[in-house]
Ligand binder design. Sequence first.
Ligand code: WTA
Length: 665
Amino acid sequence: MNAATEQEGQQGHVESRVFNPPADFTANAAVSGMEAYNALCAEAERDYEGFWARLARENVDWQTPFTRTLNEDNAPFYKWFEDGKLNVSYNCLDRNLQNGNADKTAIIFEADDGTVTNVTYKDLHAKVCKFANGLKSLGIKKGDRVVIYMSMSVEGVAAMQACARIGATHSVVFGGFSAKSLQERIIDAGAVAVITADEQSRGGKQLPLKAIVDEALAMGGCDTIKNVVVYKRTGGNIGFTEGRDIWLSDLVDNQAAECEPEWVEAEHPLFILYTSGSTGTPKGVQHATGGYLLWAALTMKWSFDIKPSDVYWCTADIGWVTGHTYIAYGPTAVGATQVIFEGIPTFPHAGRFWETVQKHKVSIFYTAPTAIRSLIKASDADEKVHPKSFDLSSLRLLGTVGEPINPEAWMWYYRNVGGEKCPIVDTFWQTETGGHMITPLPGATPMVPGSCTLPLPGIMAAIVDESGADVPNGQGGILVVKRPWPSMIRTIWNNPDRFKAGYFPEELGGKYYLAGDGAIRNKDTGYFTITGRIDDVLNVSGHRMGTMEIESALVANPLVAEAAVVGKPDDTTGESICAFVVLKQARPTGEDAKKIAAELRTWVGKEIGPIAKPKEIRFGDNLPKTRSGKIMRRLLRVLAKGESITQDVSTLENPAILEQLKETA
Ligand code: WTA
């Protein structure tokens, strides 16, 4: 074993295996060895603003240089580099044309059916400029919001970059969300246009996009929308509303291939991305331009050690934050060559990821633990799709994101995909943080399976108790970040109060950013392990969902009187959704229950999107409640796991109900 010193296996739940970065990796790494890491941390401690100012000057091209680094006057509404001006698309595209990357491949597009299209930086620049000019011709201007509802495509990335080029704020909505979810986001954002495709191609199937946009707009309330721009992906049959809808090709084909970037203030909102919280409707996380771009570029170098010769592949979707920072912006900001994949990991077979790594000689591969776990299962069942059946020798670095990775999945990834020679960066971060926060640096940090190890230099992550006091290592608590950082969320769109109360709660002193996760630090190493959300947010296959959202969707069904949703641990998806439902009619049983459960699942799919469909639905005459009427979710979580209840149920008004709720419909 060249890279690792494998110590004892797992003792209880304390993971004691340690894997050092390979020496040759460290030798050439951007951050080479722990001394280099510690030196960066010390620099940030010594002169926090000076540290970020230096990095912002080195990593971002400013049209107007900033003179003020951090403005904390109106905390927690922090401002970074506020008097500087820049353009993100200029930094991601024009800069590469000047750096000698014009003919370098920016994107290797691997379509669902395996067709490959290469796009150089010069091509991408022209595409984005034409797109930007097209949007301008529709009257779209700086500060307008544009919703993007598209599948994985070069055009999806170009749409985002085109918005950035003209200073329009984009809001990408994941293509798996329903018409209703799309409509809610369009209304909240007050968008002037939607950019979409006729259909998307996934797993050999054509799935509607434009039809869903039509449905969303027909629901009403979207009066701000003037145009729908449609990229022809499949050529499928779609409806067209004259005057409102326009084909992308008609919009851009005759446009000039140059477009002067709109120079915006560093704090100008680059995008809004909706994500789930523990209460209420999804919130529009607003990111700024300057600090965000710095983060995207910097973490490509720090966490991914990106080099000019790398072929980088992040398997996320542009509908999620990972697809923003680590597909649309980060790789282009550093002039990388990246694979963009349209399809799904199991089509035409479960070896698709490994086959694609082999085909494009991918050197950096970034995916989610859920994908790894499902591919472990598939390759256990069929040797032909096992990573060993492919040539993965091009790989030099692996990464994971989105959910905790269990040590066994980490080990499998390390051995079978990385051939024990690739460091794994287990990157902890959130939609709100804009980019990586706690992660190993691949040429420095000794890795421990299941731990995201240490914060990036300058990130003042800590674990506190409920009063905001530090807890000692070895004792679990609440994960916070004690100082603002450049790529942090700026506010919740339309809802600054919710931003302040939710992320900088008074109970913690009003100054710490509350991540919403629990964590524990190792007694000896100080390494962080994320223990999961401390609020009512579920993480299913790395997708964030609020229990409240799913409950509201269920009770909106005319059959349902009451519903409570909890997460249940799941071997593959991390967590799965288990819903406890009380109907207005008598509690159904047998076939009847199955039929209604199927109906409710479809319903939730329509209300939110297929990703929110409960895996299990259980019917009761009532829900377990205290005498004051509070639903005892704690008990529901135990029931969902199929464990017997050992807790005190004396405060429960209706203990008999528990028996009913053990049964899945
Ligand atoms: C979880 C995704 C453990 C966490 C980038 C966080 C993780 C939520 C990790 C954010 C990780 C993300 N280890 N848990 N490496 N990465 N999470 O906003 O609970 O979709 O709060 O951003 O995912 O999910 P989001």
